[in-house]
Design a protein around this ligand. Structure first.
Ligand code: BGC
Length: 421
């Protein structure tokens, strides 16, 4: 109980949760992550994305549970491979499925925030080089136009692309994610095309909504990059890594101005190209020799990621002062199999927002339910709800109850501190 004090949530802050289609839906074999997960060495525990949470069939049960947990803000993904199973061929039935899912959310009073792209590509798109191919920009625009045409009457908030920086780093620099390439040169071509996709999608979605209200942004993955110790060389390395990983992407996607090594122009003219600053925040990176290293004596989650709530304040302040738009924490959460520290992780991160009076309007906890955690497979539980993947049974974790009470009570009470922290 030490160090925990009751507090009220800021009036303007709304709490919700986030998921991604390829991580929860299951039963889909037409996307890049399915193919990638069929190779044993690609996934820590050998799990296939085809199992996941079977959410495609169980969405009603999941949304009911979400509503029982008082969650009223939900960020989730539309799976491109279902909507456009072949190049230029759209599946109205799949779209109807999402429409039904969204209608169910609305019946529960849950506001949808739709992600158009969250790491997974249709196989036909992957086969043509995905975002390495300059044609990807028009293809992504066509997909976006189709989705917007079908969701315009139900939704008014969109994330175009989730974490282009994690996508290009893992897929094209480290080669640990599909398509398994290791070429910095290709990585920047991918980022350039993804940026163009976002800029066009931003403009196209606004054009489609006309004078009706709509909010569009992208979700970047943000880290605090700190040098190990006081070595000025590591400090310089940390700056370079930060620039290449997140600053370059953020500036290009927010302002529309490409800078080195993406180019030197504003292909769509002057921005802004965002209605909210989407921040996915998990941890701090400690840099030594251009690599991430562990900082001794610091708390870590099950994956060895440092737990550093102050980082949220640093990043929100920096990004808000630069881009001046409402801040939405589009993801924040932790891997904690035993559910030992998730409640305090949530407490500490939300308390940062409160204590520092950060201009944050939304906080989407990552994630609702344990899922197919990309290269970690089913071995890295981030959920407020536990999933038994064999039986598909869902159980609200203690931290899930904490979060739910926090929403219901609009803050943290002394009783909650006694019970959960
Ligand atoms: C991604 C999620 C992922 C989470 C935890 C984020 O970078 O957007 O899809 O599950 O991190 O690893």
């Amino acid at each position: 109980m030490d160090g925990y004090v009751p507090f009220d949530l800021p009036e303007s802050l709304r709490l919700g949760c986030a998921t991604a289609s390829a991580q929860i839906e299951g039963n889909e074999t037409n996307h890049s992550w399915y193919e990638w997960s069929q190779v044993r060495e690609h996934i820590a525990d050998g799990a296939s994305s085809a199992r996941a949470n079977q959410h495609w069939d169980k969405y009603e049960e999941d949304l009911k549970l979400m509503s029982e947990m008082c969650i009223r803000e939900y960020r989730f993904g539309i799976e491109w491979s279902r909507i456009e199973p072949e190049n230029g061929v759209f599946d109205d039935k799949a779209m109807d499925h999402y429409r039904e899912e969204i209608k169910t959310m609305l019946r529960y009073g849950i506001r949808p925030l739709v992600t158009l792209h969250h790491f997974s590509n249709p196989l036909w798109f992957e086969g043509m080089g995905a975002f390495l191919n300059p044609a990807s920009v028009e293809i992504f625009r066509r997909y976006t136009a189709y989705v917007i045409e079908h969701l315009r009457d139900l939704c008014s908030e969109y994330v175009t692309i989730n974490e282009p920086n994690v996508y290009f780093t893992n897929g094209y620099v480290y080669g640990t994610w599909p398509p398994g390439k290791k070429s910095v040169f290709k990585a920047f071509r991918v980022l350039r095309n993804m940026t163009l996709c976002h800029l066009h999608a931003y403009r196209d979605i606004h054009a489609a909504y006309g004078s009706d209200p709509v909010k569009v942004g992208f979700a970047g993955h943000y880290r605090v990059f700190s040098p190990m110790g006081k070595n000025p060389v590591y400090a310089l390395e940390a700056k370079v890594m930060k620039y290449l990983f997140q600053d370059l992407m953020t500036s290009a996607m927010s302002t529309g101005r490409l800078s080195f090594p993406l180019g030197f122009s504003s292909p769509l003219g002057k921005g802004p190209f965002l209605d909210f600053i989407g921040i996915n925040y998990y941890t701090r990176s400690t840099v030594k020799h251009f690599h991430e290293t562990r900082r001794p004596g610091r708390p870590e989650n099950d994956l060895g990621w440092e737990i550093y709530p102050q980082g949220l304040t640093e990043l929100v302040r920096e990004l808000y002062s630069r881009y001046r738009a409402p801040v939405w924490i589009t993801e924040n959460g932790t891997c904690d199999k035993e559910d030992r520290f998730r409640a305090s992780y949530i407490y500490n991160h939300i308390k940062e927002i409160k204590d520092n009076d950060l201009p944050v309007e939304r906080y989407y906890h990552w994630t609702f339910i344990d899922n197919f955690e990309w290269a970690e497979g089913e071995s890295a539980p981030f959920g407020l709800v536990r999933c038994n993947f064999e039986t598909q049974e869902r159980t609200i974790r203690k931290s899930g109850r904490f979060y739910s009470e926090m929403i219901e009570c609009k803050g943290v009470t002394p009783g909650m501190i006694d019970e959960y922290l």
